[in-house]
Write a protein of this length. Structure first.
Length: 311
């Protein structure tokens, strides 16, 4: 973890635990985030081939995004009688033989899941590692924030984020993302999104306490028969080798309880800060190049000139 830029003895690591099994897709968290942080609306107009998900993705002016994930598999269509047989039957077709197309068009409610996505406030934050000006810092709560008055709009942080969270604001070019409501935390208040969540899908608190709550929740769900429930990014593996755990950017300050593979939610199965991932290879390459250059210099001093004298 990078060094904290701000120190307060009484401060402790804070974070988000998002339980997708109780998210209803109401988007109250999105509205609360935009209202508190004075962010512009994404618009609410319906468009062709659109959906209720007007935000679409996280960006410089959308710091919370509720994903609408359809998990229904394509069901086999019923076997219909040939057109000739129906024509011959005429009025003899009974109601039981008729196919209810409305039932086919309406999927059951459990074919949709929702997830309120947000900045992960990574332990190994790629955006922070890549920032050349020191605009992105780690606070006393171990959250990662952008200082807009220091940001020069270079955009190096954007490709460095393995989750595609941080982005530049179109109006001024500076980078922006979720601050975990740093101004509210300083006054001992809960972040706006967690405060507005009607089902407690978004839970806020001390990080270690949240991890303990999340693990109890997973155990309860698995005991009820939801064996696919697992934690994404809670700092260590949950015992299932196919599920991502602590290898996600060193552990996520905002982690999730999921029931489907992470890719279904638009999340990567593996993630790390590019700077952290390439630190050892780059260091070894630099040391090798230095040793090679030193050997070349030494060899040059040992080479004899045509008259047999050393340089």
């Amino acid at each position: 973890m990078t060094e904290r830029a701000i120190e307060r003895p009484e401060a402790q690591r804070m974070g988000f635990f998002t339980d997708t099994t109780v998210c209803i897709g109401c988007k109250a968290c999105e509205v609360a985030c935009k209202q508190w942080n004075d962010l512009p609306s994404d618009g609410g107009a319906f468009r062709a081939k659109g959906s209720y998900d007007h935000t679409g993705e996280l960006n410089g002016t959308t710091w919370r995004h509720v994903r609408f994930v359809e998990i229904a598999e394509c069901a086999a269509l019923p076997e219909l009688p040939p057109v000739s047989a129906l024509a011959d039957a005429g009025a003899g077709v009974t109601a039981a033989e008729m196919v209810d197309l409305l039932d086919l068009a309406a999927p059951p409610l459990d074919t949709w899941v929702f997830m309120s996505d947000v900045c992960k406030h990574c332990t190994n934050a790629g955006c922070l590692d890549a920032c050349p000006t020191g605009a992105i810092v780690r606070t006393e709560f171990d959250t990662v924030i952008v200082q807009p008055d220091v940001c020069n709009g270079c955009g190096y942080c954007v490709p460095a984020c393995p989750f595609g969270v941080i982005d530049r604001v179109e109006s001024d070019g500076r980078a922006a993302k979720c601050t975990l409501c740093y101004d509210r935390l300083q006054d001992g208040l809960e972040p706006a999104c967690a405060k507005a969540c009607p089902t407690d899908s978004i839970q806020f608190g001390p990080y270690d306490e949240l991890v303990a709550v999340a693990r109890r929740r997973v155990a309860a769900l698995q005991q009820r028969g939801l064996e696919g429930a697992y934690l994404y990014g809670a700092g260590e593996d949950d015992g299932a080798p196919e599920r991502p755990g602590g290898e996600l950017a060193g552990g996520l300050g905002a982690f999730f309880l999921l029931t489907e593979p992470p890719e279904r939610y638009g999340l990567p199965a593996r993630a790390e800060s590019p700077v952290q991932a390439n630190l050892v290879p780059a260091t070894l390459a630099a040391m090798g190049a230095g040793l090679l250059a030193a050997a070349g210099v030494a060899a040059a001093f040992l080479v004899r000139n045509p008259r047999g004298r050393r340089w």
